[in-house]
Write a protein that binds this ligand. Sequence first.
Ligand SMILES: Nc1ncnc2c1ncn2[C@@H]1O[C@H](COP(=O)(O)OP(=O)(O)OP(=O)(O)O)[C@@H](O)[C@H]1O
Ligand SMILES: [Mg+2]
Length: 322
Amino acid sequence: MAAGLLERTEELGTLDAALASAAGGRGSVVLVAGEAGIGKSTLIRSFTAGPWADTRVLAGACDDLITPRTLGAVREAFSGRSPRLEELLARGARDDLLAGVLAELTDPVRPTVLVVEDVHWADDATLDVLRYVCRRVERTSAVVVVSYRDDEIGRDHPAQRLLGGLTGVPVHRLAVPHLSAAAVASLAGGTALASAELYRLTGGNPFYVTEVVADGDGAAATGAPRPRGGARRAPRTRGRWSCSTPARSSRRWRRSRSSTSSAPGRPPRSPAADCATSASARSRTVRAGPRAPTPPASRPGRSTSCACSPRGSPTGRSRHGW
Ligand SMILES: Nc1ncnc2c1ncn2[C@@H]1O[C@H](COP(=O)(O)OP(=O)(O)OP(=O)(O)O)[C@@H](O)[C@H]1O
Ligand SMILES: [Mg+2]
């Protein structure tokens, strides 16, 4: 399979510009949204792996726990990186912690990238820290990158207080798009599975592309599943399968394919298809052609422009656990 980051030049350009702006003393928030497996983490990793010798990268992720760990992502981000923050976290000193995180993002010498992934699983305390910091981000030297599965955040989701409450804050909103048919073909490179069929099966979701290809070329012949609604419709992540991660859904998919007998002429349903049942798919433009992987050195030049586009409104819901 061909490797490399495909069709993310524009998104990397936005992230690079945000970092350049932060280095100049104007921080911002970058919201990275998209369905499971669309490539949010891959995009963010590619950005933070850039040639930023002078940039401090702090990264944490929220987990799909039944009882979310209080401040789990914040702890992860600062673990081994800031004795002061670790001490505040150990003490549970809430007000000091809020000020402390903000201070960490206001390094006059070098910019900071703070990544908090998967806030659709965030605990309330992490959301509070993010909200506090994001609302003041402009006067920091930091880029706060927040990722989430947009189809898992409904109107009443606690994260709406963060996502909808960024009025007046420099925010870049990146909706990570599906891969084009050409990019899918490139990703599958060299397999016998016809590219058009692969694109049809996966809807351009890179996770599903890699899974179908890894599953072997026989998948198509044996009736590999396809997302409902055609190639422009995304594999969704909720519904009968309750597939909270692509990995989990993929395992179920494989199991179902080996153990479930389907009606003649009807392929077993994929998690993608099953998960499509409960969500109204947002149509996304599938780009026309593949873009070359973006080596750090050839990324678009930095710019200081910042797209401030707050939208939505807070739900007014307040839940505290710390
Ligand atoms: N732009 C891309 N080009 C090539 N491969 C990609 C691209 N984006 C993602 N992939 C592949 O798809 C897989 C899934 O991507 P990733 O884990 O980043 O998705 P995600 O949006 O973070 O999903 P989740 O919501 O489950 O965290 C990656 O392991 C990678 O192999
Ligand atoms: Mg991810």
